[in-house]
Design a protein around this ligand. Sequence first.
Ligand code: PA5
Length: 445
Amino acid sequence: MISLNIEKTLGFISKENVFAYEAQVKAAQEALENGTGKGNDFLGWLHLPSSITKEHLADLKATAQVLRENCEAVVVAGIGGSYLGARAVIEALSNSFAWLQDKKSGPVILYAGHNIGEDYLYELTEYLKDKKFGVINISKSGTTTETALAFRLLKKQCEDQRGKEMAKKVIVAVTDAKKGAARVTADNEGYKSFIIPDNVGGRFSVLTPVGLLPIAVAGFDIEKLVAGAAAMEKACGKDVPFAENPAAIYAATRNELYKNGKKIEILVNFNPKLHYVSEWWKQLYGESEGKENKGIFPASVDFSTDLHSMGQWIQEGERTIYETVISVEKTQYSLQVPSDKANLDGLNFLAGKHVDEVNKMAELGTQLAHVDGGVPNMRIVIPALNEESLGGLLYFFEKACGISGYLLGVNPFNQPGVEAYKKNMFALLNKPGYEEESKAIQARL
Ligand code: PA5
């Protein structure tokens, strides 16, 4: 189970003020439970972990097995909420060098549809040229340009290389039950498909087939992931007292910090495998809270790497930031620092120590230095990088985000702002139906 420690924020804000949120948090929890708050048509994620059935997981695992047996590579096509959750879990659980190993235990997982880079897509299609590959096409709307464009390329290549019949077997769609081009294509072509529930928004969808299918294809245990999330659903439940509810404390603390001028939250890890968990978290909080001209700006760093780049700013830059550190208690493997006769690097004082002992001292030293430099610090400890812990961590952040958005007074479940660039892009590309916008935008250039 994860734990949250806010002690190192308390020189900057008072415990009293954090606990003063108790009634507001209770109201936010009730609004979530009773569906009486803003965005209440998007609350399907709230009890998702405890309501996923064994049959649904078995269906996902069976489909994953078909892809694992028939593919050397599987491309996950999706963007934003239709991609980041899967990548966060897969990268956190994978061997960092798996894709370079000759003997692979399953298909290589690749990503597309999350950018419009011509070179990226060219290089991907080149890499796939001699590979038996499959595609998971993930799009709730079924019309997202980045994903649709990548899927158009990949579908053709898969059919050309593997034949229509095999393509049918190794292309899977995860999309809306009824509407959108991805649904129509899946039905017309006879692809296996999974449904993204109407009441689950993209950034809250990691525990739907959006995240679960790619994670299962990558060979990870989705039952354990869901079990970890279900345990956290209980631990953050509405009847858990405020002081014992990590989601409540996290939401209250960050809102109190924000009120006290801390406008930027930096999510920190000391484990490179957590990089994409931070990417997922940034979308979750950025899209949920950044509206009505308010909201904490979610940023992230990978330490100790970024201590050698961003460390200076964090230590001595403008004091509008606070940090939330995700600390992993136990490593998966063991590696000790060897002794060296010549000791030219002067590191013999570390000989015999585990690398993680050095890392943990970097973590503690950084925390103290940053607190001394005026940066409040919260710490989330997860027992290990495994499915249970990650499931718990993801749900914890989701629940806290729902509460936190309500504390801030915004609708945490919509994202009206992401349409603005799309409208301009379509106008610039003369998309049919955008004639007026095209004229208007051309006049501005
Ligand atoms: O959270 C969101 O709503 C977005 O990030 C979407 O997930 C993203 O734009 C992809 O949308 P879609 O799944 O409709 O292709």
